[in-house]
Design a protein around this ligand. Sequence first.
Ligand code: SAM
Length: 285
Amino acid sequence: MDKEAKLYIVATPIGNLEDISARAIAVLREVDLVAAEDTRHSAKLMQHFAITTPLTSHHDFSSDTEIQRLLDELAAGKSIALISDAGTPLISDPGYPLVAKARALGIQVLPVPGPSAVIAALSVAGIACDSFRFEGFLPAKSSQRCKRLQQLAVESSTLVFYESPHRIAASLADMASVLTDSSSRRIFIARELTKKFESHFLGSVDESIAWVQADDNNSRGEFVLVLEGAQQAGDDEKVAELRRARAVARLLLQDLSTKRAVALAAEITGVRKNALYTLMLEDED
Ligand code: SAM
């Protein structure tokens, strides 16, 4: 294999074309081939920056044969740049199998860093980002989404989700119903980052529902949700009460179903059933 062959993973703008880096433009010009998620979409970006490098398609449904074709090009000494429709490839975007296989073959894989909606949103949220957990898109079905949210409810790190306009209202409603602290837990909604109609919301999960309902435009476009982490266990008396209730529920579990044990333990100790149920899920992890 030619030593010069390189696979570049190139970040492109998430809205504002001026966010492209000088190096991204240079690399896109210099490589032999640009592999793009949607060639028609990326042709516009290339045209805007007068980049004439040939484009080929690479997406989530690319077959093993198509991936192999790119690996063969690399093995023959050609350099390839991978781009997605917006932001950083592989971050809720195609490219993982290609990168993994290229690495396994000893091909150099180099990042050309730049925009990514997750980092852009975190950087302006005003919610702690010293530790965060990126979850990508929540499941599309409400039942699955609630299940996932229940599993995440006790996570103390900040949580970041991508969301589409079709599901923003439903996802926030599910968060409000699953999170027992939805009246106090803060959420930052980043809408249309870097674009003309960019807007932000910061408030409680409960308040966010009213924000979306207040204006039809608030449910249009692209969204990142930055959800504050759960309060650290042991922080307050409520958590201590919940732990006592969990101990009771664990005893009852010896003879009863989880549902019944949680209901009875909640009644005996006076804690909220949903909060106790969420805590019990930790035992299943
Ligand atoms: N790879 C991209 C990145 O690095 O951010 C993400 C691709 S993912 C398929 C697309 C999702 O990212 C959108 O549905 C939205 O949740 C989020 N997103 C992308 N651009 C955005 C923007 N300008 N404002 C808010 N969210 C955005």
